[in-house]
Design a protein around this ligand. Sequence first.
Ligand SMILES: [Zn+2]
Length: 70
Amino acid sequence: MPYHCVAYGCGKTAEDGVTLFKFPKDPEEFRKWEKQVQRTRALWVATPNSHLCSEHFGKEYFEPRPPTGL
Ligand SMILES: [Zn+2]
């Protein structure tokens, strides 16, 4: 079974032309990713095999943008 993106409403696989990224091994990062997904999927629980596609992967997506103009 191919991996699919866990983001709400996505579910894309590599066959859809996206790159899939496995959740980080670092527990802190792992929780960050999980929390981000939980914003739209409250009861969802991440597993070590959870993936996000390149459309939902990125630092901007997981961290608030730093204030600009400093
Ligand atoms: Zn996705």
